[in-house]
Design a protein around this ligand. Structure first.
Ligand SMILES: N[C@@H](CCC(=O)N[C@@H](CS)C(=O)NCC(=O)O)C(=O)O
Length: 284
């Protein structure tokens, strides 16, 4: 069954909503990107974050239809019925199956599921770091080095080597440009989106050896991951996303230390106002 448009609700950031947005645009299905803003407030000498745009409005309404409701969520009509889905990875596997981007048989479907969870593990390392506010810069840099090691170490404990080895173990008939076979699937989008966040991290904390070249992952000894990443940027169906305002959203929400502002820096609540519109429509 086809859907004529899909609403994706999420904060005015990339976060866990960005990959679903990309998949819907890639599939050529009209996307209604519903935006909620987290507003930093300075009260009684302390900084708090007001999420009432979500928590006190749509969440209350949507919770009556799906008690698991969270951000991100997908909302659409199919066969005369309204469907609302939350949990980001469920959204990605649902969209993958809907758009024929979830492998071609049960073996590949299992691979998609494993790879999706692996991308979650990869993302969680940097996200946990991004939302930590350190006592001082020294602590921040020490923890950034720990994140770097956990992800980019070449030993069996490093997270990114898993993807490098996965790509290198593919058969000669496969291009090694996608994780499963020669076709794009949900985990490709989530890996790409997570790599974009690491790209910013490597640049910001100066772990990239040569910032004038965009092959950061190759410089760090991951040539296939680098090829995957750079190729993804050239995919014709991705260009609509790259040319949209959604691509320029900050990586993390206002409460994060890393990535809540432009180019990895922290959102400056004293100078910046979030003027993201309530709804961004990307037509097919
Ligand atoms: N496991 C959930 C986590 C969802 C989650 O933590 N959402 C955060 C934003 S990343 C949120 O603000 N949710 C709104 C809420 O709790 O109502 C997922 O992957 O979707």
């Amino acid at each position: 069954m086809t859907v004529d448009k899909i609403t994706l609700g999420y904060w005015s950031t990339k976060g866990l909503g960005s990959t679903s947005r990309q998949m819907i645009i890639y599939a050529g299905v009209p996307l209604i990107s519903k935006i909620y803003r987290l507003i930093p407030k300075f009260e009684n000498n302390s900084l708090t974050y007001d999420g009432s745009e979500w928590h006190e409005k749509d969440k209350i309404i949507l919770k009556k239809k799906n008690s698991l409701i969270n951000l991100p969520y997908l909302q659409f009509r199919e066969g005369g019925k309204e469907i609302i889905i939350s949990q980001s990875i469920t959204c990605l596997s649902f969209l993958g199956k809907k758009f024929n981007m979830f492998g071609e048989n049960s073996k590949e479907e299992l691979e998609c599921n494993q790879l999706l969870q692996e991308t979650v593990d990869l993302r969680n390392i940097v996200t946990r770091f991004a939302y930590t506010h350190f006592e001082n810069e020294n602590d921040e840099l020490t923890e950034a080095s720990t994140v770097f090691n956990q992800v980019f170490e070449h030993s069996n404990v490093g997270k990114l080597q898993k993807f490098e080895h996965w790509l290198s173990s593919k058969s000669n008939e496969e291009t090694k440009l996608f994780l499963i076979g020669n076709n794009i699937s949900s985990p490709d989008f989530n890996l790409f989106d997570t790599l974009e966040l690491y790209y910013e991290f490597l640049k910001y904390y100066k772990f990239a050896k040569n910032i004038n070249s965009d092959n950061f992952f190759e410089q760090l000894g991951f040539p296939l991951v680098s090829k995957f990443f750079l190729n993804f940027k050239t995919l014709p169906k991705m260009q609509k996303y790259f040319n949209s305002i959604l691509y320029h959203f900050p990586f993390t929400n206002k409460s994060a230390k890393f990535g809540s502002g432009k180019n990895g820096i922290t959102w400056d609540h004293k100078k910046e106002i979030d003027s993201t519109p309530d709804e961004i429509i990307i037509d097919s």
